[in-house]
Design a binder for this molecule. Structure first.
Ligand code: ADP
Length: 374
């Protein structure tokens, strides 16, 4: 088996013969010969080459121009090109490397040197190709793992949802029978915890669905209505905690083109968090507006704030700030992951500015005319 295939490009037949003999006999290569750049391009596109030895001074298409065209075509780009220059022309080395050459040799050819350079570049190129094959295999492997994980998550989530629904139904039936005070307390716990598990599973399924990469189902909706819908029930919650919940909207209502339920969820998650992680008597302010074809949602609170070391993890699934006042609040650590997934599905961004002990500001910004589900 030959050690590889090399294309020798030179308009002087004698030069081609010298290289042909040398590389065949001493290098064990298969050699293809052509007399000009255009022919070289045609052969390079059709043949799997391991290297091109390219004369510079040729009529029609010279070596530099041939190399530029080889590098411009994705089929021939990776093949290493070594320039061969005559002793009577001063080689423009900067240009040789600039157009994509990997090396050069000068005539009269010093045989051991030419062989050494050719051998090392052919070997290097082969290693590159082997690495690329390995890289592609690794990508396929990782993709298959992600697919299995996704299928597993969906499967398990569905399988858990049903029995949990049955437990909750059974608890409701149980409440209809006479129960002691202790039994009522136990039923409360079962119901609360089963509801909590159901919420985690629904959230996980939602994240998996959003992360599957579907475009959002955008439709125009009034900004006032969107916020109103998102805030249903929150005034009661705020009142219970004596938190001042302020809402600021543009005086003139405007339509926003977003996936209604998804955006409601983002607003609700951010406001719910602001209320949860703010002490009694605090303030939570929601501001929504449009500008430059973008929707902006800002939720400010003067609550617990978030320590700096928590920030890199804040939007990760299941992450909760490990501080006692945070842990006291019930939560799954999925709310911000969902908000981020939805915002990114709308090609937007979500950020937080926060100071421990002083409060946090979550800002969402997303384009109003992005991709849409078909
Ligand atoms: P959770 O269900 O725990 O509220 P999230 O994903 O919504 O989950 O939030 C992740 C964590 O980020 C929370 O557990 C909390 O520690 C912190 N966090 C979120 N919002 C705020 C906020 N407005 N102020 C302080 N901490 C917050």
């Amino acid at each position: 088996m030959p050690n590889g295939t090399i294309l020798v490009v030179d308009d002087v037949e004698y030069n081609r013969r010298i290289l042909d003999g040398l590389l065949r006999q001493h290098g064990g290569y298969d050699i293809l010969q052509v007399a000009d750049g255009l022919e070289a391009l045609a052969i390079a596109r059709q043949t799997r080459l391991d290297l091109v030895l390219l004369d510079i001074n040729m009529p029609n298409l010279d070596g530099f121009e041939t190399c530029i065209q080889l590098k411009a075509d994705s089929r021939t780009r990776p093949v290493p090109v070594i320039f061969v220059s005559s002793s009577d022309e001063s080689l423009d080395k900067v240009r040789a490397f600039g157009v994509g050459g990997i090396d050069y040799v000068t005539k009269p050819l010093h045989i051991p040197e030419v062989l050494a350079r050719v051998n090392s570049h052919v070997a290097l190129y082969r290693q590159q190709r082997e690495l690329e094959v390995l890289r592609q295999e690794q990508i396929r492997y990782l993709e298959s793992i992600a697919e299995i994980k996704d299928k597993f998550m969906r499967g398990v989530s569905h399988d858990l949802k049903n029995p949990l629904g049955i437990i909750i139904g059974a608890v409701e039936t149980l409440r209809e029978s006479p129960l002691t005070e202790e039994q009522v307390q136990l039923v409360d716990i079962i119901e609360r915890k089963a509801g909590f598990m159901l919420a985690i599973i629904s959230d996980l399924l939602d994240i998996a669905r959003i992360e599957a990469g579907y475009a959002p189902n955008r439709a125009p909706i009034s900004l006032h209505l969107l916020v109103q819908e998102a805030l249903v029930g929150f005034d009661l919650l705020a009142e219970r905690k004596q938190i001042n919940l302020l809402v600021q909207l543009p005086a003139n209502d405007t339509e926003v083109n977003v996936e209604r339920h998804a955006l409601c969820r983002v607003i609700a998650n951010l406001v719910a968090n602001a209320l949860k992680y703010t002490a009694e008597g605090g303030t939570v302010a929601l501001e929504a507006s449009t500008e430059d074809d973008h929707l902006s949602i800002i939720v400010r609170d003067n609550g617990f704030g978030i320590p700096e070391e928590a920030l890199p993890h804040l939007f990760e699934k299941f992450y909760r700030v490990p501080q006692p006042n945070h842990a006291e609040e019930e939560g799954t650590g999925l709310g911000l992951a969902i908000a981020k997934a939805i915002v990114e599905q709308h090609d937007g961004t979500i950020n937080v500015e926060t100071t421990l002990g002083e409060g946090s500001t979550f800002s969402v910004r997303l384009p109003l005319h992005g991709r849409n589900a078909k």
